[in-house]
Design a protein. Structure first.
Length: 264
C-alpha cells in the first residue's frame, strides 16, 4: 500500500445502496465513489428522504450494500469482525440512551468496551483516556451528572466524547445537530471541526444544516436525485451542485454568500 493510500480512511467503489426483499431490490443511490482522508471533517447532505441514513447504515455495516465495495483503512468492510471494527470505527446515532440513570462518566466509559477485559473493568489507561477526551470536549464539570439531567446539547457532547474514548480512526454521526438550537448546532459542528483537526480522526456526519456544512467541512458528500458527488465545498459550489439541490420556487443558492436564501 502506498503512503497516500495509508491516509485514506474510508473509500467506496461503485457503491449501490438500498433494500433487498425476498422478491425484489430497491435501489436508493448508485455509482457512489468517494475517498475520505485522515483528519477530514465530512458532511453528508441532501434533501429529506434522499437516502442519507441508508448510506450511513451501509457504510457502518448495519445493512449490506447492493453492489460495489466499501474499504475501511484499505480493508474490505465485511472482512472485519465486530470487535475489530469497533477499534477502527465508532458510530453516534440519534437514539436516546436506554438507561437514563447512567452518569456521564459511565456513558463515556462504554466507549472503552472494545479494550476492556471480560468483566468490563477499567484499568489506569482507560481512566486516563476517559479523562483526556472529557477535557478535549470540555465536559469535565458534567462527569458525575446523570444523563437525564443533561440538556440535548450536553448529551450530544457526551455521545461525541464516548466516540472519542473508543479511540477509532473514523467517527460517523447520524444527524448530530437534531433538536439543537442554532447556537448549539454551530457549537457541536465547530467541536467536530476542532476534533478532526487536533486529533487527526476522520469525522463523517449527516446533516440538514447545509449552510453550516459548507462553512465548516473539509469535504462534503451531496446526495441528489440523480447522483452522489463528493468534493470540497468550494469545488461543489463551482460545479453548481447546490443551485440544483432544491426546487427553485422558494429558495435559491447564492454562490457569493455561499448560503441558501428565500426567493422573493
Amino acid at each position: 500500500m502506498s503512503l497516500i493510500n495509508q491516509h485514506i480512511i474510508l473509500k467506496s467503489d461503485s457503491l449501490t445502496v438500498g433494500y433487498t426483499t425476498n422478491t425484489s431490490k430497491t435501489v436508493v443511490a448508485s455509482n457512489i465513489n468517494f475517498e475520505l482522508n485522515q483528519g477530514e471533517l465530512v458532511g453528508l447532505v441532501g434533501v429529506n428522504g434522499i437516502g442519507k441514513s441508508t448510506l450511513l447504515r451501509t457504510l457502518t455495516g448495519v445493512q449490506r450494500e447492493l453492489f460495489g465495495t466499501i474499504f475501511l483503512k484499505g480493508k474490505h468492510l465485511h472482512a472485519y469482525t465486530n470487535m475489530e471494527s469497533a477499534k477502527v470505527m465508532s458510530v453516534v446515532l440519534t437514539e436516546h440512551i436506554a438507561t437514563k440513570n447512567l452518569s456521564v462518566f459511565e456513558i463515556i466509559a462504554l466507549g472503552r468496551h472494545p479494550y476492556t477485559n471480560w468483566f468490563g473493568s477499567l484499568n489506569k489507561t482507560d481512566h486516563t483516556i476517559i479523562n483526556t477526551v472529557m477535557s478535549q470536549t470540555n465536559i469535565e464539570d458534567l462527569k458525575h451528572k446523570k444523563s437525564f439531567e443533561l440538556s440535548d446539547g450536553q448529551l450530544q457532547k457526551v455521545m461525541i466524547t464516548r466516540a472519542l474514548a473508543q479511540d477509532t480512526d473514523l467517527i460517523i454521526l447520524d444527524e448530530p445537530t437534531t433538536h439543537l438550537d442554532l447556537y448549539h448546532k454551530v457549537s457541536s459542528l465547530k467541536l467536530l471541526q476542532d476534533l478532526a483537526k487536533n486529533t487527526g480522526k476522520t469525522i463523517l456526519f449527516s446533516s440538514h444544516e447545509i449552510d453550516l456544512a459548507i462553512q465548516l467541512c473539509d469535504r462534503m458528500i451531496v446526495m441528489t436525485e440523480h447522483e452522489v458527488i463528493s468534493g470540497t465545498p468550494q469545488t461543489l459550489i463551482e460545479k453548481g451542485i447546490f443551485e440544483n439541490l432544491f426546487p427553485d420556487d422558494m429558495i435559491v443558492f447564492d454562490n457569493n454568500t455561499k448560503n441558501f436564501k428565500v426567493k422573493k
